[in-house]
Design a protein around this ligand. Sequence first.
Ligand SMILES: NC(=O)c1ccc[n+]([C@@H]2O[C@H](COP(=O)([O-])OP(=O)(O)OC[C@H]3O[C@@H](n4cnc5c(N)ncnc54)[C@H](OP(=O)(O)O)[C@@H]3O)[C@@H](O)[C@H]2O)c1
Length: 280
Amino acid sequence: MSAEQPRPAGSPSGRGARPSVAVLGVGTMGEAVLAGVLRSGWSPDDVVAVVRRDERAAELADAHGVRSVPLAEGAARDVLVVAVKPQQLDDLLAQAAPHVRAGALVVSVAAGVTTARLAAALPEGVAVVRAMPNTPALVGSGVTAVSAGPGAGEEQVALVAEMLSGAGDVVHLPESQQDAATAVSGSGPAYVLHVLEALVEAGVHAGLPRATAARLATGTLAGTAALLQETGEHPSLLRERVTSPGGTTAAGLRQLDERGVRAALLAAVEAARARAGELA
Ligand SMILES: NC(=O)c1ccc[n+]([C@@H]2O[C@H](COP(=O)([O-])OP(=O)(O)OC[C@H]3O[C@@H](n4cnc5c(N)ncnc54)[C@H](OP(=O)(O)O)[C@@H]3O)[C@@H](O)[C@H]2O)c1
């Protein structure tokens, strides 16, 4: 297999050809990112996968039209997206490092792994960016928290934002805030699903068929998020607007307050942030 000549990484589109991309480790999140990069406008010819099973390579070729290549070839690309489990990372980087060229950009989505640790495992002159996507990225509606690490300037961060925009929204923050972002948006889908499950169950208790309750609750969640995003208004204002004095919503909200839903969410995010710090 002939490796393509690497182009300099770090140049967002509009200034010539797009940098070539390799996704190293294509499981759930790797595939979400790969699909996002294609949605952002990269051609399947400019994106390769590095996998370790032939059937996975065949699945990715069928689903996305991308080729799988050996690690040595993938690691020589302009931009490497590392999407293996944190415990698989050291092995992968040790195998990839001899093939990574100076000037390459490495984007890691591994939870809790610092850019300092990544940079230490890579050759000099490689730029490192840390990204924390979440599961709605699977359908292009995720939010990814992105932090620049050693060697990564504005241009590299802009390139990562452009690549990941096809997986949803991209938020820039300092690496010191990554654990907090993990606790809010990384773990957030689980909190929201937990609340949604309860809302569906409550609908069933109130006499609705389960499918109807699920449709009403899910549509309400999606619609409320869309309303919030489109109006750009503060959640308190939108909530006040649907809370008539002495009405049904006021009666329901009083129960949420009495039972400490707000306090429970504050505690959940704090516990997740602390756990992210311990795991790192
Ligand atoms: N899932 C999430 O919600 C989420 C959110 C944010 C960040 N992340 C991060 O995303 C990363 C991946 O998580 P995941 O949930 O996508 O896990 P996953 O589904 O297990 O994916 C990991 C993939 O890496 C592959 N792999 C491992 N070592 C490899 C190697 N040496 N060469 C090639 N492929 C290799 C595995 O291949 P096999 O299939 O052959 O084992 C698997 O397909 C983690 O670091 C996690 O912290 C995940």
